[in-house]
Write a protein that binds this ligand. Structure first.
Ligand code: ATP
Ligand code: MG
Length: 234
């Protein structure tokens, strides 16, 4: 185990014309290597902002994030990009696949950008899509597209997988398959997963749940006995 991420007094303000939006207010926490974390909170509470900061997509306006003991340097875009490429995999609610590339090519593209990629064809097999490798995204269902997106995120073999409502657009059966893939990645490879959801039942699969409200981390709950993804009630 050991601490992988430490956030210390993280603040994020957005200038929206005259008014300033305080998206995150003095947020502090630690996440251990190999933990499965779920983030819950109402719309606008700062969940996506936090995830993007942890992934090096957004910068902070105050505070520090340490990754494996080293502070992310917000002023240095080059090192932030290097951090993101080396460590963070992203999965979004809408799959953001390249429409002109096949399923396999979408995964291969990510592999080409990675230092130490996993084999794209093996990953498509693992997400159950070998027979769709040559299909373009427009010919895949939502769940299939999300599985391609997962293969794409996993192919860079990230230490940390950041998921922003990955099942938000899916029916319960498909959502359950996606959760199983994320959970397998977490348990089998001891990788850290941070998942945002609006569904409190999904939080039951987490080791710990972080509750956000109005940009503040309100509460952290430990799940003594996390349930399996297939046991989630939708
Ligand atoms: N680029 C931006 N410019 C200005 N304000 C922003 C920007 N991005 C987010 N915000 C504001 O910051 C706050 C937090 O937004 P965030 O997207 O993190 O919320 P969220 O918890 O992910 O919400 P949701 O559940 O709806 O996705 C909101 O008030 C939002 O309007
Ligand atoms: Mg969001």
């Amino acid at each position: 185990m050991g601490v992988l991420i430490r956030a210390e007094d993280v603040c994020k303000d957005y200038d929206a014309g005259e008014v300033k939006v305080q998206a995150l207010r003095n947020v502090s926490f630690e996440i251990n290597r190999g933990e499965f974390i779920v983030i819950l909170g109402p719309s606008g509470s700062g969940k996506s902002t936090l995830l993007n900061i942890l992934g090096g997509i957004e910068t902070v306006t105050g505070g520090t994030v340490y990754y494996d003991g080293t502070p992310l340097s917000w002023g240095d875009l080059k090192s932030l990009t290097a951090y993101r490429r080396a460590h963070a995999g992203f999965i979004f609610q809408f799959y953001n696949l390249m429409p002109g590339l096949t399923a396999l090519e979408n995964v291969q593209l990510a592999a080409e950008l990675s230092r130490d990629p996993l084999d794209p064809e093996t990953l498509l097999l693992q997400v159950g899509l070998s027979d769709r490798a040559g299909h373009f995204p427009s010919r895949l269902s939502g769940g299939q597209q999300q599985r391609v997106a997962i293969a794409r995120a996993l192919c860079k073999n990230p230490d940390i997988l950041l998921c922003d409502e990955p099942t938000g657009a899916l029916d319960s059966g498909t959502g359950s398959q996606i959760l199983k893939l994320l959970s397998d990645f977490n348990r089998q490879y001891e990788k850290t997963v941070i998942l945002i959801t609006h569904n409190e039942n999904i939080a039951e699969i987490a080791d710990r749940v972080l509750y956000f409200k109005d940009g503040c981390l309100e509460r952290v709950r430990v799940n003594e006995r996390p349930i399996k993804p297939e046991e989630v009630v939708w």
